[in-house]
Write a new protein. Structure first.
Length: 279
């Protein structure tokens, strides 16, 4: 029997939340997505989208355990941590995965997100769920039930891990927050080689990135849709999913953005909150 494998998006926006009537269709929450591989729940990043995911898990009550994989610790990928309600319930247990950064452990980094004067209560004061911390390095592989998860260091200020998830013979690659233009480009192509779905940072156009439209974005740690298409083509992936949307790009502009990409990759989509991909 094939192993069921689904991806659901809870937050798709980059850098800062962008709620409001102009972003309702694509969504305004920052990065968070779930993957279900058989009976296993894997969560990637804890941006503001994690709040609604947490509410859904609390209401359902199952599964009571999950593995959380953090790409990096910039605010937009952790803003949902203090509002992820299953953390405050003893019936849940989570295994958290992430890299050591700036000499600080995964546990120390997460605890540091919730300390006065930035937050009224500490993580230690409110957490009731069982937490296990596992630190990852690029190239490491983790098995979670029938899922195999591999990590790769991507080009982003301060470091960032991309993830390749293999489940039941299908492959999804999650490569948010990656800037092109260095030797790591080829590593990402090989990492994504033959994937069924590539979820990749496509925050800018080339004109935006190079400053031909607005301020240049070189060195900011993000990609263009043109680079995303190039990576998908070189890696021979089946479906390209654009992710980490520019917060100022409203629904109408996103539609035009996707239309342009589809001239080069007709199957491409832009991730939408509440959207589910079944492999």
């Amino acid at each position: 029997m094939p192993v069921p494998f689904q991806v659901r998006f809870w937050g798709v926006r980059g850098s800062v939340p962008a709620p409001g009537p102009r972003t309702q269709r694509y969504g305004g929450n920052t990065p968070c997505l779930e993957m279900r591989c058989g009976d296993e729940l894997l969560i990637f990043d804890l941006g503001t989208g994690a709040r609604e995911l947490g509410d859904a898990l609390s209401a359902a009550g199952t599964p009571s355990r999950a593995s959380i994989f953090l790409s990096h610790y910039h605010y937009d990928h952790l803003q949902g941590l203090p509002f992820f309600t299953p953390l405050f319930q003893s019936r849940f247990a989570f295994t958290l995965h992430g890299a050591v950064r700036e000499g600080r452990s995964l546990k120390d980094v997460l605890a540091g997100q919730m300390v006065p004067p930035y937050f009224p209560v500490t993580l230690q004061q409110v957490v009731r769920a069982g937490l296990t911390y596992r630190e990852l390095v690029s190239g490491q592989q983790v098995e979670v039930g029938p899922a195999v998860v591999r990590a790769l260091d991507l080009n982003h200020p301060g470091g960032n891990l991309g993830y390749r998830v293999e489940c039941g013979g299908k492959v999804v690659v999650y490569a948010t927050d990656v800037e092109p233009g260095c030797e790591k480009d080829l590593e990402l192509v090989e990492f994504a080689r033959g994937a069924d779905v590539l979820i990749i940072d496509a925050m800018y156009t080339e004109d935006e990135y190079h400053g031909r439209k607005g301020a240049a974005k070189l060195g900011w740690g993000h990609s263009t849709w043109e680079s995303a298409v190039h990576t998908a083509n070189a890696a021979q992936v089946r479906q390209l999913v654009l992710f980490h949307h520019e917060p100022t790009r409203d629904d109408a502009a996103m539609d035009a953005f996707v239309d342009e990409v589809r001239k080069h990759r007709p199957e491409a989509i832009a991730a939408i909150e509440a959207q589910t991909i079944t492999l």
